[in-house]
Design a protein around this ligand. Structure first.
Ligand code: GLN
Length: 587
């Protein structure tokens, strides 16, 4: 048994007599999986998730198996109950877990579906420790932050390592070093690195170099103090990534190197970038990927042929991104109109589709609170297409319905997402089927014609956390419809859901008889999931959130369809492909 293995064996002692306690999952093979820890100093919002996912992508391109995990300090069990205005969008995974928006960045960069194993909050960690305590698992012991709570964190990381069979687990710690709520995560990382032994962990500290306008030079003091704080926690960083508005000069990097025991070549400059998709190449130019491989001693696991192939594909994508020669304007109606993070996945999905079609999209945010049938034309005069995204509650709902009516009557390309799908059904019921009182029981409880009503399974549920109809579901497609065509004429397609309400099945026939086509439904239930209007250039709604599964190199067909129709509307003098042909041209 090697020396490192001895350490792990001794700390795994769970007898009440020993001070060593570090639960290790059965069958865990030490050394198989390496760990990269990413943490931030000086301030939050440095893009730890972006850095971590881009670095993970570079390793994945080299044939390594990577598994990311985000550790959040807050006590919520998941992100489902968080207000997107405060915390950015809630990102729903295929298994139904409601997570932080950073998980979206990982899924997009890695083109990988993640699961609840990739996301942990303090709420989950404490809840699990408290359950074990009640169950008697720590009998005889006082349950402490160290070793029990830190033990639970390490267990979660090692479980992920085992389940994913990853070569490298990327651990991103939310918040900033020095936050009280994250301190025990950093302590757990320190312990894990000790237990796993040399060359098994790599600590990356992101920091920020200030450049006050009045001085006109870069200042590294705040960064130095931030790193010092990390070192006071017993963690020696291996790589320091300096974020800044412009490239970080040698002098500032030298100062940080001297101060932190990190060799100069591992103090990296990472200035602001116009797109996160350009960051993998910045990291590659800095050689961060090979620094990490060397430190973890896994250079022999890489496949350079695969890397050449994958990198070639990525460069084609970024080259296209930098030569977009057409432009359309897409209106997005939304309650959180001032916070772009609330709609991160939609913005990304539009960007992916735009790059594939060689077009840049400018987004016009539309607050619908004051929109009515009589003034809607002014608000939508300069848009080439419109999206009504997901939402909850009544504010601005009537304005959204007015926008949808305008889009339907004026051949303006329309995409309705979840709430936007439901509003399209209400608009159609009112203005085409003549059901003037059509509404949603969410917006007007007890209304006369609740075409949108609560899902039967939701009626029994009490409390508002984690219990919507959540996660990935198959959608059965109706042959010959536009949805069927843009999804490659397949029988079914999988998307992610997050809702409580649905089209009340008793109205389906009336709506269909009047010309609305439900082109996608749940396989075994009468839950309508995609709608379209055949006589319109592009009028589509879905009960799902297709933006969550759009990936840079695999744009989501509904977004491609919307943009293709918007392009046709904008560039009427050119012979541009329709939605179906545009989607086909991408494959
Ligand atoms: N409020 C609607 C529902 O619960 C739509 C939800 C959403 O847009 N995510 O069904």
């Amino acid at each position: 048994m090697s020396k490192e293995k001895d350490i792990l064996a001794s700390v795994s002692d769970i007898s009440t007599e020993s001070e060593f306690f570090s639960p290790v999952p059965d069958g865990y093979k030490q050394g198989k999986t390496k760990y990269v820890f990413v943490m931030g100093t000086v301030m939050s919002g440095l893009g730890k998730g972006i850095f971590s996912s881009c670095l993970a992508k570079l390793l994945q391109d080299k044939g390594l198996k990577v598994a990311p995990i985000k550790l959040e300090g807050y006590l919520n069990i998941d992100s489902g109950t968080l207000n997107p205005f405060r915390h950015g969008e809630v990102f729903v995974l295929d298994d139904g877990m409601e997570t932080d928006m950073d998980l979206g960045t990982y899924e997009r960069l890695l083109d990988q579906d993640l699961s609840r194993a990739n996301f942990a909050t303090s709420g989950q960690i404490f809840s699990s420790v408290l359950n074990k305590e009640r169950h008697g698992d720590y009998l005889g012991r006082d349950v402490q932050m160290i070793p029990h709570v830190t033990g639970e964190v390490k267990l979660k990381l090692r479980q992920l390592a085992m389940e994913s069979k990853a070569d490298v687990v990327f651990v991103e710690i939310g918040g900033t070093v020095g936050d009280l709520e994250n301190a025990y995560f950093i302590e757990a990382m320190r312990e894990l690195a000790y237990e796993e032994g040399p060359n098994s962990c790599c600590f990356v500290a992101l920091t920020y170099i200030l450049e006050p306008k009045t001085l006109g030079e870069q200042k590294s003091k705040a960064a130095q103090l931030g790193i010092k704080q990390l070192m006071q926690c017993g963690v020696q960083p291996d790589i320091i990534t300096c974020r800044a508005s412009s490239p970080v000069n040698e002098k500032a990097r030298q100062k940080i190197s001297v101060y932190s025991n990190v060799p100069f070549e591992r103090v990296i400059s990472l200035p602001d970038s116009t797109s996160i998709y350009l960051i993998p190449s910045m990291l590659r130019d800095n050689g961060v990927d090979f620094q990490v491989l060397r430190m973890l001693k896994i250079e022999d696991r890489i496949n350079l042929q695969k890397e050449r192939r994958e990198w070639g594909k990525w460069c084609d994508f970024t080259e296209k991104m930098e030569s977009l020669n057409r432009q359309v304007t897409i209106g997005i109606t939304g309650k959180y109109t001032t916070v772009r993070d609330s709609y991160a996945s939609i913005i990304n999905a539009l960007e992916h589709a735009g790059i594939a079609l060689g077009c840049k999209e400018s987004i016009k945010w539309i607050d619908t609170t004051d929109i009515t049938d009589s003034n809607v034309a002014e608000f939508l005069a300069d848009v080439d297409g419109i999206i009504v995204p997901g939402g909850f509650g009544t504010r601005g709902a009537e304005g959204k319905i007015a926008c949808i009516k305008y889009a339907r009557e004026n051949n303006l390309p329309y995409l309705g997402l979840c709430f936007g799908f439901q509003m399209a059904v209400i608009e159609f019921a009112r203005n085409v089927c003549g059901m003037k009182k059509a509404n949603s029981n969410e917006l007007k409880p007890g209304c006369a014609e609740p075409v949108i009503d609560i899902l039967p399974e939701q009626k029994k549920i009490e409390g508002l956390g984690g219990n919507m109809r959540l996660g990935g579901r198959d959608i059965e497609l109706k042959a010959q419809t536009l949805a069927w065509k843009i999804f490659g004429k397949k029988d079914s397609v999988r998307m992610r859901f997050r809702h409580r309400y649905e089209v009340d099945p008793k109205y389906i026939k009336t709506l269909e008889d009047a010309g609305l086509v439900f082109s996608g439904k749940a396989p075994e239930q009468p839950i309508m999931q995609i709608l379209e209007l055949p006589s319109h250039p592009f009028f589509m709604g879905t009960q799902a959130h297709p933006c969550l599964t759009s990936r840079p190199l695999r744009p989501q067909p509904m977004f491609v369809g919307l943009l293709a129709a918007a392009l046709q509307r904008h560039y009427t003098d050119e012979n541009l492909p329709d939605c179906e042909k545009a989607v086909q041209s991408i494959k």
